[in-house]
Design a protein around this ligand. Structure first.
Ligand code: GTP
Ligand code: MG
Length: 199
């Protein structure tokens, strides 16, 4: 199901995990990799492919959510404002959202726009984990070095580091770790509490 309005998303009676990050960072590819499907989430070499909030029901049990990316230079201000409105509406009101994975391109040094996104999760007390993408495009030693540099960067503003995953959608790296994390954390979902919050 695809929506621009959080209130029209599927009834929040199942636990949910979302994927957010810059345009082209590999959100849709990661979702396909986790699901072992080629194209359930539409991907593109051009940034800006995903435009709506896309729900995928997994094993009739929980939702994966593919979100449109941020930070693409060619996007006009009006569309940026619309993105913010849609995403904030979703993140702040989706009562079954257990955790959001913020995707980071491991090939680049820490980017301001990602830092702002991470900080906004912190300020709003929204649970998140970080996923480094496209690890196959780096040598193993570079992966190690860049992960260490990112951890160092995070430790300047965070006392405790969030869960971190290094992934490649090409090579299925990090798949088991992310699915294990989801399987563990979705146990905090309490259907009874959610039902009480429903209109
Ligand atoms: P938007 O929907 O535009 O925000 O982008 P997205 O974050 O969903 O990115 P998408 O999954 O569409 O991938 C963008 C491009 O990066 C595509 O050409 C993918 O094939 C490529 N890509 C994504 N993940 C990986 C990866 O792990 N390794 C490599 N080598 N390429 C990747
Ligand atoms: Mg996408």
């Amino acid at each position: 199901m695809s929506n621009s309005d959080y209130s029209k998303c599927p009834s929040p009676v199942k636990p949910e995990f979302a994927f957010i990050g810059r345009s082209n960072v590999g959100k849709s590819s990661l979702i396909n990799m986790l699901c072992q499907r080629k194209n359930i989430a539409k991907t593109s070499v051009k940034p800006g492919k995903t435009q709506l909030i896309n729900h995928f029901l997994i094993n009739e049990e929980w939702y994966l959510v593919d979100l449109p990316g941020y930070g693409f230079a060619k996007v006009p201000q009006k569309n940026r404002d619309e993105w913010k409105y849609m995403i904030n509406g979703y993140l702040l009101n989706r009562i079954n959202l257990i955790c959001t994975f913020i995707l980071i391109d491991l090939r680049l040094p820490p980017q301001k726009i990602d830092q702002e996104m991470i900080e906004s999760f912190g300020e709003q007390a929204l649970p998140f984990a970080l996923v480094f993408t496209k690890a196959d495009k780096l040598k193993p030693a570079e992966v190690e070095k860049n992960v260490a540099a990112y951890k160092h960067f995070l430790s300047e503003s965070w006392e405790e580091l969030p869960p971190l995953f290094t992934t490649s959608s090409e090579k299925a790296t990090g798949r088991d770790e992310i699915l294990e994390f989801i399987s563990k954390t979705k146990k905090v979902f309490n259907a009874e509490v959610i039902k009480q919050k429903l209109p």
